[in-house]
Ligand binder design. Structure first.
Ligand code: FMN
Length: 214
């Protein structure tokens, strides 16, 4: 006996994709849906239950365009180079990822909602990097994923992106983010065009799994 309907939970967990080309740029997203999904994300774990997560939701069109410019500056030639490299090596999955990432980069400003997850820095990770970096990132990224799963369950999609962080200080200035708050990404959020996403091809588990030591 399963606690939850496994056909539903497994489908949610295995089909929540990085959505870029299938983001519906025309359909407005009600603030309430973003609030509901963020409310659920707050059930995620955080180190010492500090709940240092912070969320900046950007709906203002001018600000989204500015963030998109910062993102494209951060990307530089990375996405185009990646696409050309994937094409010459013929790696089908990489071609799709870089093609889709180029598409998102070009249209990021048009995605109706940008969500910037942040974490409060109450210690300097340099003091004990082995412990503190995993603790900090581990205290926000589970919440980010919960947010993405909650979106998917409601017919919306997103992608965790990080390229704007190359110029995180410019985004911080734009959004008035205090010095002790660290941005960890930018999630473009929209309804998806259709909801029929599929599990992706991944490396075989047995190549990655070690029992009782490496
Ligand atoms: C830490 C991290 C950073 C990422 N940064 C970007 C990014 O800057 N831009 C982008 O388009 N996708 C970004 N992605 C999305 C990945 O490309 C995506 O998760 C991966 O290709 C798997 O996609 P799939 O789950 O749809 O198979 C990032 C993902 C992670 C986990």
């Amino acid at each position: 006996m399963s606690v939850f309907d496994l056909s539903v939970t497994d489908a949610l967990l295995s089909t929540t994709r990085a959505v870029r080309k299938r983001l519906d740029l025309e359909r407005p997203v009600p603030n309430e849906i973003i609030r509901d999904c963020l409310e659920l994300s707050l059930q995620a774990p955080s180190g010492s239950n500090k709940q240092g997560w912070r969320w900046i939701v950007v709906t203002d069109a001018g600000m989204r365009e500015r963030l998109a410019e910062i993102y494209r500056k951060g990307a530089g030639s990375y996405l185009e180079d990646g696409y050309q490299e994937a094409k010459s090596s013929g790696a089908a999955q990489d071609i799709r990822v870089f093609d889709s990432a180029r598409y998102l980069s070009d249209r990021l400003g048009e995605v109706p909602v940008h969500v910037i997850p942040c974490i409060e820095m109450d210690t300097d990770p340099a003091e004990n990097p082995e412990l503190l970096w995993p603790s900090l990132m581990g205290s926000i990224l589970p919440a980010v994923w919960s947010f993405q799963l909650a979106l998917r369950a409601r017919g919306l999609g997103s992608t965790l992106t990080t390229l704007h962080l190359c110029y995180a200080d410019e985004a911080a200035a734009l959004l008035n983010i205090p010095d002790n708050i660290k941005q960890v990404g930018l999630l473009p959020v929209a309804y998806t065009k259709g909801t029929d996403f599929k599990p992706a091809k991944r490396r075989p588990l047995d190549e990655l799994l070690h029992w009782n030591g490496w």
